[in-house]
Write a protein that binds this ligand. Structure first.
Ligand SMILES: NC(=O)c1ccc[n+]([C@@H]2O[C@H](COP(=O)([O-])OP(=O)(O)OC[C@H]3O[C@@H](n4cnc5c(N)ncnc54)[C@H](OP(=O)(O)O)[C@@H]3O)[C@@H](O)[C@H]2O)c1
Length: 309
């Protein structure tokens, strides 16, 4: 099995789990597995998936209005970018408040599902929702659309009844951490048990912040849109608790920017020692790959012109 087919792989120890391809849109969820994770001792980076965060933000850094009513404001190009990125990921993840909107976290139409297959991935991505309190509404559209497995990451705060309720609609409920999800353990579990090598997180701000704090984000895709929302209560790309000192700030490098119409599409790569994992992940990102290709084309053109001249 090639690594990028991994999301279709059956999780070990759960022989009845359906493959992401086998799921039909109307198939009911079976009673999900409940997995309780202990903290990982001395985890190695290779144990986690490559993590991308993709967000659209206004020019003043907001991802929704203060009353949360407006949260989609990107262009059609931005929406296409979202599906193109999903087509590179084994799994797509969001926080409970983002899931409460009309998100189904699916791969998009046939065009994008074909792109996934061409990329060597399962036709449908795994879907993951994070809810520390386990208060997620089980009547969400997400749970009604049964095209691929759904996992819920929660904590011991959720209690047995809530965990059992979530397990009635999800394929697996993973309990990791006491108050906040222990993403170090949870992401290693996604890699080990579900074969997730590339994980795309689509917010919101609280979930992003937890991933940034845990230093698990490898690449940040930001679409800067030409609006100002203002408002102290309006969510931003990373809210939650945040970090307190400059020395703790997660540093990223701008590796790509492209203006399309009135929007600016940016890709930032986490600056840390150049591990094989970072290099591998960057090479697989469509915008970064396109950038590399365009630089190569420019170089070839230059060489040809020099040869002619
Ligand atoms: N413009 C964009 O690209 C974009 C993208 C996504 C979302 N949005 C917008 O952003 C807003 C939502 O963002 P948000 O920051 O308010 O919420 P969020 O991150 O989507 O969800 C927050 C919830 O997720 C759970 N959660 C997050 N981190 C956790 C952790 N470390 N441990 C345990 N549970 C955790 C908690 O659920 P429990 O309460 O169940 O514990 C928490 O209440 C919405 O308005 C949405 O539409 C915009």
């Amino acid at each position: 099995m090639t690594p990028r087919r991994a999301a279709a792989k059956r999780p070990r120890g759960r022989p009845t789990a359906p493959s992401t391809r086998a799921r039909s849109a109307s198939a009911p969820a079976g009673p999900g597995t409940i997995t309780r994770l202990a903290p990982l001792k001395a985890p190695r980076r290779a144990a986690w998936p490559f993590v991308l965060v993709n967000m659209a933000m206004t020019a003043d850094g907001k991802i929704a209005t203060a009353n949360r009513r407006v949260h989609t404001f990107g262009s059609r190009r931005d929406l296409a970018h979202l599906y193109e990125l999903r087509a590179t990921a084994d799994a797509v993840m969001c926080g409970a408040r983002t899931a409460s909107a009309d998100a189904t976290l699916g791969p998009g139409g046939p065009k994008y599902r074909r792109l996934r297959l061409r990329n060597g991935l399962a036709e449908y991505n795994l879907r993951i929702v994070v809810s520390g309190a386990g208060s997620l509404d089980t009547g969400l559209p997400l749970f009604a659309r049964r095209f691929s497995p759904i996992l819920v990451l929660t904590t011991r705060r959720a209690g047995q009844r809530r965990v059992a309720r979530l397990a009635s609609v999800a394929d697996e409920v993973v309990v990791a951490g006491a108050r906040e999800v222990d993403f170090v353990a949870a992401l290693a579990h996604l890699r080990r048990r579900w074969g997730v090598r590339r994980l795309l997180c689509e917010g919101g701000g609280e979930l992003n912040d937890a991933l940034f704090r845990a230093d698990l984000v490898d690449e940040l895709h930001l679409t800067i849109c030409p609006f100002i929302f203002g408002g102290r209560q309006a969510p931003t790309v990373a809210d939650g608790r945040g970090l307190q000192r400059l020395a703790q700030a997660r540093q990223f490098r701008l590796v790509r920017r492209r203006r399309v119409g009135m929007e600016l599409f940016c890709v930032f790569a986490r600056v840390r020692e150049q591990t094989a994992r970072v290099r591998r992940g960057r090479a697989r990102s469509p915008l970064v790959a396109a950038d590399r290709a365009s630089r190569q084309r420019a170089k070839n053109g230059l060489t040809r012109r020099r040869a002619r001249g």
